[in-house]
Design a protein around this ligand. Structure first.
Ligand code: MG
Length: 385
């Protein structure tokens, strides 16, 4: 790695991705300098992070905590709300913006950073699900790069190093199958929030943990891969791999398959997105294959995990459909977390929203934002039949 310091902005710094990224920065203080941090509502943690990493500015989403953050951080510029977040995303004096925001709220910040000419380390897969085509156009226009943080896409990215795009036969995205892989379909309606929040392998935020339980997370990752790697849906497959050791694979035209392996811990792909093209030394737990013993694989059960097919269908239909898929899913997931709807209602509400919306072939940014609003409202008031 060059000796010059990389200036970094972390949007969503108090979530699990943000905290892991700051651990990387802490271990390589000569390589990285934090310039901006943003948090949604965890003011105390944001203050603690800012006191340690001394950014130039921070933004707090929850306006009621503005005074508290300001008083705690004299000498640091403090912004607030959605405006503050978008302002930080628009600043061009950083080398890379890590987008660790959750859900559709992360899409506009991705766009702002690209428009500012800043490379984006992307954990917010929803940005590409909602606006992949639009974002790819912007990347080209602004000469900006996206570095995947999602572990599967980091794996594919690493497998593709040195390879020619035309030699790829297909991508194979692995997924653990989540907590309900072996649960019979008849029991799905009784799934509780506590059960769905218990992921077998990965420690993650609440929204993505529920997406893993429905396997919508894999569906969203297929759409994300489509835009990151410029491949059609027919060339992207999912295989269930309960041990989460192989993080994804690439099959080439001659039948050769490359895989990337590692312990199931987001700190590796997070660091790689920041250290690319280098792999920096860390003393964290090493992969011990002899101890793991067996790696197994199976087909995903599309009858149990209806969200997977919904995502493939959305990708095939294109246009506005993936926007509706993403926002309806997100809204339904929060309703499930709030105890308002059963687990099985998540794919039902998504289907209803897709069927009810007015299809647009080529939605622009304003269309996407309007569709987001419509879908949130629709999915909030739509009840299970
Ligand atoms: Mg992933």
């Amino acid at each position: 790695m060059s000796t010059s310091t990389k200036f970094i902005s972390i949007l969503g710094s108090t979530g699990s991705i943000g905290v892991n990224a700051l651990n990387v920065v802490r271990s390589y203080p000569d390589h990285y300098q934090i310039k901006y941090l943003s948090a949604h509502s965890q003011a105390d943690l944001l203050i603690e992070q800012a006191r340690e990493f001394l950014p130039q500015a921070v933004s707090i989403g929850d306006a009621t905590q503005l005074i508290k953050v300001k008083q705690a951080l004299p000498g640091i510029e403090v912004l607030q709300g959605r405006t503050g977040l978008l302002e930080l995303a628009s600043r061009d004096d950083v080398d890379v913006m890590l987008n660790a925001l959750v859900g559709s709220a992360g899409m506009e910040p991705t766009i702002k950073s690209i428009q500012a000419g800043v490379d984006v380390a992307l954990s917010n897969k929803e940005s590409l699900v909602m606006a992949g085509d639009f974002i790819n156009g912007l990347l080209e226009a602004h000469g900006v790069k996206l570095f995947p943080v999602d572990s599967e896409h980091s794996a594919i990215w690493q497998c593709l190093t040195g390879e020619a795009a035309e030699d790829i036969k297909r991508l194979v995205i692995t997924g653990s199958g989540g907590p309900f892989r072996t649960l019979p379909l008849e029991s799905f309606n009784n799934i509780t929030v506590a059960q769905a929040l218990k992921h077998p392998n990965w420690v993650m935020g609440r929204k993505i943990t529920i997406d893993s339980a429905t396997m919508m997370n894999k569906g969203l990752e297929v759409i994300e891969a489509r835009w990151l790697f410029h491949l059609p849906a027919e060339k992207i497959d999912i295989v269930v791999h309960p041990q989460s050791i192989i993080h994804s694979m690439v099959e080439f035209l001659d039948g050769s398959v490359k895989a990337q392996l590692g312990i199931p811990d987001m700190k590796i792909p997070i660091q790689y997105a920041l250290s690319y093209p280098r792999h920096l030394k860390q003393d964290w737990e090493q992969l011990d294959l002899a101890k793991i013993g067996t790696l197994t694989f199976e087909q995903p059960d599309l009858e149990k995990f209806k969200c997977i097919q919904l995502a493939f269908d959305a990708l095939e239909q294109g246009g506005s459909v993936p926007v509706i898929l993403n926002v309806a899913n997100e809204t339904a997931v929060y309703r499930f977390l709030d105890g308002e709807i059963p687990f099985n209602a998540i794919p039902e509400l998504i289907t209803k929203a897709i069927d009810a919306h007015e299809f647009l072939e080529h939605p622009n940014l304003d269309d996407i934002l309007a569709l987001e609003q419509w879908t949130q409202a629709f999915t909030k008031r739509s009840y299970r039949s």
